[in-house]
Design a protein around this ligand. Structure first.
Ligand code: SF4
Length: 280
């Protein structure tokens, strides 16, 4: 059961180095979906809390009021919603902080990009179609159900997410299906491009083998495919093998993209580069 805390914060618009907006806005701290590979878990502020990720959500009750004031002062043109939380997680049903924030952005002519994996975003379709939502990155995947239960048991099903992506695209919104994490030897790349015929571009993020929890993640992967033990060991320890393996997957993605005449982008992680998230 997730602990829900109503909190007040000092600031809601935070400058960012992510090139998707001048500022990030996170209506909540914490996330009910609790994905094991979530990069926010490596955020120093989260680590200091010493509460397991996924067990709490802080609802930033004063975020809408703060936003009205901060917009007056900073006059942003573009913002990114949901860099370290899921804006449309179940708690949004009760508090609607994200909804209030979107309404304030509209009233001030601020355009925004959304990162999400929640089909609950469809509830806000009329709002999103008012012209200020410039892009939605919608994370999905195609693990089998056993693996999904191990890696992200609380998140919405991939079928629900894929249907939401298709609906948003049909409604004319710019949606990037964001396929993450791509796991070598497990991810099925064959059916990705044909699933989203209306999407202009599909993006991929490779599994980050530098995450703090990577050994736990690999142990879960091995529960599904025990025969991959040697290969995962090599991914963790052999730089040359790591480079070759991801190179093969990159070429595979490119071949499918050419076949389906789609644009694509891949986010990779360097071998052995310790990952520390400093996004707020
Ligand atoms: S939905 Fe996003 S923020 Fe929430 S746990 Fe998963 S990866 Fe992290």
């Amino acid at each position: 059961m997730t602990e829900i805390n109503e909190v007040a914060i000092d600031r809601i618009l935070n400058p960012t180095s992510i090139d998707l907006g001048e500022y990030v806005i996170n209506p909540y701290m914490g996330c009910e979906y609790s994905c094991m590979y979530c990069y926010v878990k490596s955020n120093k502020a989260v680590y200091k809390k010493k509460k397991p990720w996924g067990t709490y959500v802080n609802v930033r009750m004063n975020a809408p009021d703060l936003l009205k004031k901060e917009i007056e002062m900073t006059r942003p043109k573009t913002v990114l919603l949901g860099s370290t939380t899921e804006c449309f997680q179940p708690v949004e049903h009760t508090y609607q902080i994200t909804k209030k924030i979107i309404e304030i952005l509209h009233n001030n002519n601020v355009s925004y990009v959304i990162l999400t994996r929640s089909p609950y975003i469809l509830e806000y379709l009329p709002l999103l179609k008012q012209g200020f939502c410039s892009k939605i990155y919608f994370t999905t995947n195609n693990f089998n159900n056993d693996l999904k239960q191990l890696l992200e048991p609380e998140s919405p099903s991939f079928a629900e997410r894929n249907n939401a992506i298709i609906t948003l695209l049909e409604e004319g919104l710019t949606v990037i299906p964001y396929f993450s994490p791509v796991v070598p030897w497990i991810t099925d790349l064959k059916n990705v491009f044909c699933s989203f015929t209306k999407a202009k571009c599909i993006e991929f993020e490779f599994l980050n083998f530098n995450l703090k929890d990577i050994h736990e993640i690999v142990n879960h992967l091995l529960k599904i495919e025990p025969s991959l033990k040697k290969r995962f060991d090599d991914m963790l320890n052999d730089k040359e093998f790591y480079g070759q393996m991801w190179g093969n997957i990159e070429r595979d993605i490119e071949a499918h993209a050419v076949l389906w005449k789609k644009e694509f982008k891949i986010y990779k992680h360097d071998f052995g580069k310790f990952f520390e998230n400093s996004y707020s």
